[in-house]
Each structure stands twice: as structure tokens, then as C-alpha cells.
Write a protein that binds this ligand. Structure first.
Ligand SMILES: Nc1ncnc2c1ncn2[C@@H]1O[C@H](COP(=O)(O)OP(=O)(O)OP(=O)(O)O)[C@@H](O)[C@H]1O
Ligand SMILES: [Mg+2]
Length: 254
């Protein structure tokens, strides 16, 4: 990683991006023993927008999502959801507060069918109307076709659709997605990101999208936040970041 990016990052680092924030992260610092993974991270995800958090391996992207959703307890800083301080809220309470976290790795129960995975994933809600499962199948026709197949037979893209569909059954206001594009063909990534855009535009969903694939993420996002070694380097409008060749070369790998 180059040491400095010059004046663009320095000036844009303090840029404020217009909109109403739904999720605010303030000075978040998290460690694994002696390893400081996040170091004073401040960012916000706006209502009805896609906010992309970009950065190389080890930048702290996963730790950021794990800290927001209560899986990692921060050493310092705050997580505020719609004005409520949720920094110390238990992880099980997050879904009830409107947050769904789709972790990296696309975890499904391999021996269960697609339909059973969706049903097991929504058990915490009690009885979920069939119409909500139908909606997930409408959003992901490929998953509908495979509803009676065991999850271990799914491709990576289909698994990703299944875990996003399962998260949507929690009826989140904000969806936290960890590297949904990892290892997928560009065509499948475009399909999944297009669907996210549709959910955001048509239904007012908010998305915090963590990605190493900065080019694809910036092409769908409204706002981008670049992380490097646990710190925010720059926050700006996705289009502005996309146009910044120096920044792209220095931090985004394209
Ligand atoms: N369980 C852990 N124990 C110790 N150190 C960890 C652990 N998880 C992550 N780290 C370290 O914390 C830092 C941030 O890691 P994190 O996984 O958050 O980065 P990331 O941006 O998600 O990376 P990747 O692109 O590889 O997924 C790295 O230095 C990493 O080695
Ligand atoms: Mg990660």
C-alpha cells in the first residue's frame, strides 16, 4: 500500500455526504488481543442508500460489521441505530432492532433444502406468512427453482442469494453484507447488486456493503468509505471515488 494518497484523500476524508443517517458508527476501536483491527472508525449509513465500505485484505471490514452487530465488543466508540445507542446491545437483540447481518462465507445448512434453510432461518420470528417466502422466491427466481434441492448442491451465487433471502425474512431496515461478491462470476455479482439496488430504491431498504471488489461495489453504491489498516481514509459520494484514479490505484486495486 502506498504511504500517502495526497490531498484528495486528506480533503475528502472529512466530506459530509447529504442524507439522513440510519446507522452511525463513532470512533469505533476493536481489537483481537494485541491486534487492533479497527482504530477510531467513524462513518454513517444513510436511510434508503447503499453505503459501500471498501478496503484490502485485513483492512478491518469484517471486524467493522462484527462490531456493529455485537459479535465483537469494541474497546471504544459507539454504534447508534436510528438515534438509539446499541453498542452494548446483545447480538440476539439486533434483528428486533431492524438489523440483519449476512456474514462472509455464505453459511447455510448443507443437509437441508433451500426451502428448509429459509424456514429455519426465520424460526425466531414465529409464524411467518407464506407470502413472505413467496416474495423471496420472486426476488430470486433461481432460488425458487431450487427450493427442494439440498443446499450443498447450490453454486456460490445461489448460496449468496439464499443467505440474502434468509436475511430479508427478518424484515430488516438495514442489511449488513460481508463480501457478497467474493468468488462469483461478474454476471452473478451484477445480478445480486442489481437486486440490492432495486430493494433500496423500491422499498427503502438501507445497505452497508463491505467489499474488496471496489469497482463493482462503487458502481452500485451511493456512498463509499475506504478503510485501510483499521482507519477511514476517505468517505465520499461513490461517483466521486470512482473518478479518483489516484485513490483507486492507492487503495482500491483498480
Ligand atoms: N479472530 C481474529 N483473531 C486475531 N486477529 C484477527 C481475527 N480476525 C481478524 N483479525 C485481524 O484483524 C485485522 C482486520 O481483519 P478483518 O477480518 O476485519 O479484515 P477484512 O478487511 O475483513 O479482511 P478480508 O478482506 O481478508 O476479509 C487483520 O489484521 C486480521 O488479521
Ligand atoms: Mg473480511
Amino acid at each position: 500500500m502506498p504511504e500517502a494518497h495526497g490531498s484528495t484523500a486528506a480533503s475528502a476524508g472529512t466530506a459530509t455526504v447529504a442524507g439522513t443517517s440510519l446507522l452511525d458508527v463513532q470512533g469505533l476501536t476493536s481489537s483481537y488481543g494485541p491486534v487492533r483491527a479497527l482504530d477510531g472508525v467513524t462513518l454513517s449509513a444513510q436511510a434508503g442508500r447503499i453505503t459501500a465500505v471498501l478496503g484490502a485484505n485485513g483492512a478491518g471490514k469484517t471486524t467493522l460489521l462484527r462490531t456493529i452487530s455485537g459479535l465483537v465488543r469494541p474497546d471504544a466508540g459507539k454504534v447508534v441505530l436510528d438515534g438509539e445507542d446499541i453498542t452494548k446491545a446483545p447480538v440476539e437483540a439486533m434483528v428486533g432492532k431492524g438489523m440483519a447481518h449476512v456474514p462472509e462465507g455464505r453459511g447455510v445448512i448443507a443437509e437441508l433444502t433451500v426451502d428448509e434453510n429459509l424456514r429455519v432461518g426465520s424460526l425466531f420470528r414465529g409464524k411467518v406468512p407464506q407470502s413472505e417466502f413467496d416474495r423471496v422466491y420472486d426476488l430470486f427466481p433461481r432460488i425458487a427453482e431450487r427450493r427442494d434441492n439440498h443446499a450443498h448442491t447450490l453454486s456460490g451465487g445461489e448460496r449468496q442469494m439464499l443467505v440474502i433471502g434468509r436475511a430479508l425474512l427478518a424484515q430488516p431496515r438495514i442489511l449488513l453484507l460481508d463480501e457478497p461478491s467474493l468468488g462469483l462470476a461478474p454476471r452473478i455479482v451484477a445480478q445480486i447488486f442489481g437486486l440490492l439496488r432495486q430493494l433500496v430504491d423500491a422499498e427503502g431498504l438501507s445497505v452497508l456493503l463491505v467489499e474488496q471488489n471496489a469497482r463493482s461495489a462503487l458502481s452500485v453504491a451511493d456512498v463509499g468509505v475506504v478503510l485501510n489498516l483499521g482507519k477511514v481514509v476517505v468517505t465520499d459520494d461513490a461517483r466521486t471515488l470512482m473518478a479518483d484514479e489516484g485513490l483507486r490505484h492507492a487503495y482500491l486495486g483498480f
